[in-house]
Design a protein around this ligand. Structure first.
Ligand code: BTN
Length: 258
């Protein structure tokens, strides 16, 4: 990682007020959750690492990231006009921001968001996001983002290799990671401001990029699996699934097939 360039561009071109760079760390989300407890911390604050030894994914999964990937966590304050019950939409906004940033570097490729916030390029996962509420300070939220940028998935287990892709593998050239990081942070600021002005989730911005729309999906929820046709997302960011009987809205769960 070119740290001097990264630090100067993040400070000059983004809304981030504090940066903590690490060569190696267990998990940037763990460190960000710790940092968020400091009420004097200027936010947005960024924790970024060259390597994670214990990266975490959604649903207690492990997030593996080889050399050349981007792994960082952003601590933000929940926008004042966004009620606490709408906190989950921040995950969707972050996914949309990453979708927009990746689109700029892989122009011409289909870049989609798989609800709630995985980003897919050419039908394979290129980025995952883990959003967590910092319990120590109620309005602080940690957005943890992993993007397969210049890493190779050749050594990954077979099941991951077929489902995931790095941006370099997708476009056949090395990607400027600092440029992508800056573009992502700028896009997050934009999406948060739009949600703040809109007073919530603007489904019209998200829908055109929905990977699952029109597909048969299976969603694993604590109350069992739900299979049906995905008809998109609601204006509250819920996934809409039509079963034999009628359409249902889901605010949580994990897509296990699509
Ligand atoms: C997922 O797809 O399940 C979410 C993956 C989130 C990974 C990122 S990498 C940076 C941050 N630190 C972590 O430990 N996890 C997130």
């Amino acid at each position: 990682m070119n740290w001097p360039e990264l630090l100067s561009r993040v400070r000059a071109e983004t809304f981030v007020k504090h940066v903590e760079p690490h060569e190696e760390i267990a998990s940037t989300n763990d460190r960000a959750l710790e940092l968020a407890a400091d009420i004097d911390l200027p936010t947005p604050a960024l924790v970024i690492a060259e390597r994670q030894t214990a990266g975490r994914g959604r649903s207690s999964n492990v997030w593996r990231s080889g050399p050349g990937s981007l792994t960082f966590s952003l601590i933000i304050e929940r926008p004042a006009t966004l009620p606490i019950e709408q906190t989950p939409i921040i995950s969707l906004l972050a996914g949309l921001a990453v979708q927009r940033a990746i689109s700029t570097v892989v122009a011409g490729r289909p870049v989609k968001v798989k609800w709630p916030n995985d980003v897919y390029v050419d039908g394979r996962k290129a980025s995952g996001i883990l959003t967590e509420v910092a319990s120590s300070a109620a309005r602080r939220i940690v957005i943890g983002i992993g993007i397969n940028v210049n890493n190779s998935l050749a050594d990954a287990p077979a099941d991951i290799r077929t489902k995931a892709v790095s941006l370099r593998e997708a476009v056949g050239r090395t990607i400027d990671s600092v440029e992508l990081l800056v573009a992502t942070l700028v896009a997050i600021e934009t999406e948060l401001s739009i949600a703040e002005a809109h007073g919530g989730f603007d489904v019209a911005r998200w829908s055109p990029h929905c990977l699952l729309q029109g597909k048969r999906v299976c969603l694993r929820t604590p109350r069992g699996d739900v299979a049906g046709l995905c008809t998109g997302v609601s204006d509250r960011g819920e996934l809409l699934i039509g079963t034999e009987v009628h359409a249902h809205r889901y605010s949580g769960g994990e897509i296990v097939s699509f």
